[in-house]
Design a protein around this ligand. Structure first.
Ligand SMILES: [Zn+2]
Length: 149
């Protein structure tokens, strides 16, 4: 399994994460099949935005309408972790299952090292299984910079 995220959208993800820091940013990646073509920044309406996120339902509706009108779909839900690794937390996994949003992938942006943000994608299954998805951009494999290696 893989998802193709163009470099321009990768930069927008990082930009959004840095803009909201220390709060978590969140949003949606829209496209067709495995190819992301659009990004919808969403407002994080959670009352503890430093460690949690809730997508503003108005933004979700906007993204759903845009997808329907353009014959596209919501391929991934993204959010940032400003103080932890780019891996879904237990809450992230539970929320994905409870909200029944296990079809889209989950894209995580970690700002633990702000000079080198790390982006990873996952498939969260209904049985709580988390599998990493390969991110490709513009044809080449996207390799996240790994700390101390
Ligand atoms: Zn999270």
């Amino acid at each position: 399994m893989k998802i193709i995220i163009p470099k321009t959208i990768i930069s927008k993800l990082i930009e959004h994460a840095l803009l909201e820091d220390p709060n978590e940013c969140c949003g949606l990646l829209i496209g067709k099949e495995n190819m992301v073509t659009n990004i919808q920044n969403c407002t994080n309406i959670h009352t503890s935005p430093i460690t949690r996120y809730t997508i503003d339902p108005k933004d979700l509706l906007k993204a759903e309408n845009f997808s329907d009108e353009n014959n596209m779909g919501i391929l991934a839900i993204y959010h940032s972790h400003t103080h932890s690794q780019a891996y879904p937390s237990t809450t992230d996994i539970e929320n994905a299952i409870e909200s029944m949003w296990t079809n889209p992938y989950y894209v995580l942006i970690s700002l633990v090292d702000k000079t080198r943000p790390i982006i990873r994608a996952y498939k969260i299954s209904d049985d709580k299984n988390v599998e990493e998805i390969i991110i490709q951009h513009d044809g080449e494999a996207y390799i996240s910079p790994t700390k101390n290696s």
